[in-house]
Design a protein around this ligand. Structure first.
Ligand SMILES: [Zn+2]
Length: 161
């Protein structure tokens, strides 16, 4: 479960808080924070990641791995996953929030915002945001409506575990 402290800080940032998930944006970079028995996972929506951005992210993750108690990180389709070691004793809410800000700045140094729909991969407006496969991302409302007509709209997939 997400700690009370975590939830309080997330609300201060105007992020959305659900039972086991926080979602929001920093500088229009959209992310989802998932809490599970395995620990906290931060998922950034990053379609069309440029090689320079990818290198910077990987280099940041590697050099801060210990400090952040980072278990692993990987890019999967349009999302970038950072998995932290279990529990908030390992990674404080403040540190996670500041890490999101640092990652956002790193990404924005290399590439400007270019919102792309997670479903159809076409451009969309920065205001077109939704949940696709339970992850916060840019998406056309019509694409999401179509996508959610397919199986298991509610089911959190745990394929990553
Ligand atoms: Zn679309």
């Amino acid at each position: 479960m997400l700690s009370k402290q975590f939830i309080r800080l997330a609300r201060e940032q105007n992020w959305r808080v659900d039972d086991d998930r926080i979602s929001g944006d920093v500088d229009d970079l959209l992310f989802t924070i998932l809490d599970s028995d395995h620990g906290i996972t931060l998922i950034l929506y990053l379609p069309s990641l440029l090689p320079a951005t990818r290198d910077k992210l990987a280099s940041y993750c590697l050099s801060n791995r210990k400090r952040l108690r980072l278990r692993d990180f990987e890019e999967s389709d349009a999302f970038y996953f950072l998995r932290f070691r279990q529990g908030l004793f390992a990674l404080s809410a403040e540190r996670l929030i500041s890490t999101i800000a640092i990652l956002t700045a790193l990404i924005r140094e290399e590439q400007p915002l270019d919102p792309v729909c997670a479903v159809c991969q076409e451009s969309c407006l920065p205001s077109e945001r939704d949940y696709y496969l339970d992850l916060y991302c840019y998406a056309h409302a019509a694409c999401i409506a179509d996508g959610n007509a397919s199986p298991e709209p509610e089911e959190a997939d745990d394929d990553e575990a």
